[in-house]
Write a protein that binds this ligand. Structure first.
Ligand code: GLN
Length: 534
């Protein structure tokens, strides 16, 4: 079968959950035995979100090949278990950069470079880039932003052209919002009609409409939208608020969204033997998981999306332990030695979050000390691991001024120091140690046990600083073991204190690879300790 293309756009307002819908479509097509990939186009000018404050766009997600991307890629991977790469994430900045590089190289000699056709051609090339190296039955392209935005116009023009060129091998799916007006006691479809008109004005006729709504919509409303927007009635579905985002694929399937897509694309309605069986099994576990496990999230961004993948990884691992994760954010900027006991009261375990810069750092160290001395299961991730290492140096090894050179360049005890190959780099964007690296697990360690005794694992990174190997022997002699080490560079990737219930820090980010059907072994092991099973 030729590769088929699915373009997902959004209208009326942002934050409708285009990422979840795109991931759900991917899941449903996979459940029918198709090979899919999902990509995101973000209209902003940054080359990637690597240097963005999480308050702007939430967490920065990292692919195995080291691309810093939008958090929607996390949804794609968690829903579908696909491995995304740099071909799954583009921004306006990256598109322009590619065109300008070609211009400098002389690829367009003699020509005036313009948004149409040069930028739009580059977008079209990027949409088709994944399928160039590997066969995919479906490429789902999510266009960030909202219809009508100035900056998304070139993307709209590109998908307009592609749909025209590809004919039955492409469909447009438009996600809009249907508000309920309490005062009038009515749902309002006018914003949807306007959004579709705006699309049509750009030459795009949606094939399928997905109406986001907070309450159930009657058939009559779906019919009304269908007839006003020139869309077949069977191609209008609703996406009601669900108790969990993981119920969205099932909800979409029940309304025949996958059938509508396959029919529009002329693809066989094949059924895969496994289908959604394991997905339903997971949903069943989720519904049954009522008893809570309280986990403290020690970080500085009080925003759901800032630690998205960590939150999802904790929730998923908890569900597989028959528990519902009650994730309690603790602002490390307000943590002091005097209030830490109160702030962490009732927590079965804590996660010390990743981050950059000095804000909230001391609070993370105080949390690490409290959980170490009170034997509370503790999971430090990246900066969190570095804080565990610093705390141990200050309070166990007796180096009161121990620090990371990220915070104090002159510290005499630089237990966390900049990586050698980072010292000559001055550019900030995309220059960290990024992407997947091997890690050798030391036999007999808690970490190795968590990974079911696998000797070598591969995990994704995003950092500039590292454990200073000069101190390794001292740490190990005093009880903090380096249980995971990069075999090629000897960089320490995991530290743990074996005499405690569960006290592990990882320089890498396990949260990026935890998926619905394959929760990450370290999160599973951590939750297991939190619920007292270890
Ligand atoms: N700021 C730290 C470093 O660069 C940790 C980064 C992180 O937590 N992702 O090493």
């Amino acid at each position: 079968m030729d590769t088929k293309y699915i373009f997902v756009t959004g209208g009326v307002v942002s934050s409708l959950g285009k990422g979840i819908i795109s991931a759900s479509i991917g899941k449903l097509l996979q459940a029918r035995g198709y090979k899919v990939t999902i990509q995101k186009f973000d209209p902003y000018i940054n080359i990637d979100p690597g240097t963005l404050n999480p308050y702007e766009h939430g967490e920065c997600y990292v692919t195995c090949d080291g691309m810093e991307t939008d958090l929607d890629l996390g949804h794609y991977e968690r829903f579908t278990d696909i491995q995304t790469t740099r071909n799954n994430s583009f921004t306006t900045g990256r598109i322009y950069q590619a065109v300008i590089e070609k211009e400098r190289r002389g690829d367009y000699l003699g020509k005036t470079i313009q948004v149409v056709p040069h930028i739009t051609d580059e977008i079209k090339r990027s949409i088709q880039a994944s399928a160039e190296h590997e066969h995919f039955d479906f490429v789902i392209s999510e266009i960030g932003g909202t219809i009508g935005d100035i900056e998304s116009a070139p993307f709209m023009e590109a998908i307009r052209q592609l749909r025209w060129e590809m004919g039955h091998n492409a469909v447009n799916i438009h996600l809009t919002y249907v508000p309920y007006l309490h005062a009038a006691g009515e749902f309002k479809t006018k914003p949807t009609q306007h959004s579709v008109k705006e699309l049509q004005r750009m030459g795009i006729q949606p094939d399928i409409l997905i109406l986001r709504t907070e309450h159930h919509l009657d058939e009559s409303i779906l019919h009304k939208v269908a007839s006003f927007c020139n869309v077949e009635p069977t191609c209008v579905v609703q996406s009601e608020d669900m108790p969990s985002i993981y119920e969205v694929p099932v909800n979409m399937q029940q309304q025949g969204l996958d059938i509508a897509i396959l029919r529009k694309l002329g693809a066989p309605l094949q059924l895969e033997s496994g289908g959604l069986v394991s997905w339903y099994h997971f949903l069943h576990l989720q519904q049954e998981a009522k008893e809570e496990v309280s986990i403290g999230l020690i970080g500085k961004y009080n925003l759901q999306d800032a630690y998205k993948s960590i939150r999802e990884s904790l929730s998923l691992a908890a569900i597989y332990h028959g528990r519902k994760a009650n994730i309690r954010f603790v602002n490390s900027e307000t943590l002091t030695a005097a209030n830490v006991g109160r702030q962490l009261e009732g927590m079965a375990g804590i996660v010390i979050c990743p981050g950059f810069g000095s804000r909230g750092i001391e609070g993370k160290i105080i949390a690490a000390e409290y959980s170490r001395t009170h034997d509370i299961p503790t999971f430090g991730i990246c900066l969190g691991m570095q804080m565990m290492v610093i705390e141990f140096a200050r309070n166990v090894l007796g180096y009161k001024d121990a620090n990371t050179t990220e915070i104090d360049t002159n510290t005499r005890h630089n237990v966390i120091d900049m990586m050698e190959d980072q010292k000559s780099i001055s550019q900030k964007g995309g220059t960290m140690r990024l992407g997947a690296y091997d890690c050798e697990l030391i036999a007999g360690s808690r970490a190795r046990e968590a990974y079911e005794d696998r000797p070598i694992i591969t995990e994704r990174h995003r950092h500039r600083y590292e454990f200073n190997n000069k101190y390794k022997e001292e740490y190990e002699a005093s009880g903090m073991k380096c249980s995971g080490v990069n075999p090629a560079t000897h960089l320490v990737e995991i530290v743990e204190i074996p005499v405690l219930k569960w006290y592990i820090g990882t320089q890498f980010h396990p949260e990026y690879t935890s998926t619905v059907l394959h929760p990450h072994p370290l999160f599973m092991s951590f939750i297991s300790a939190c619920v007292g099973k270890q």
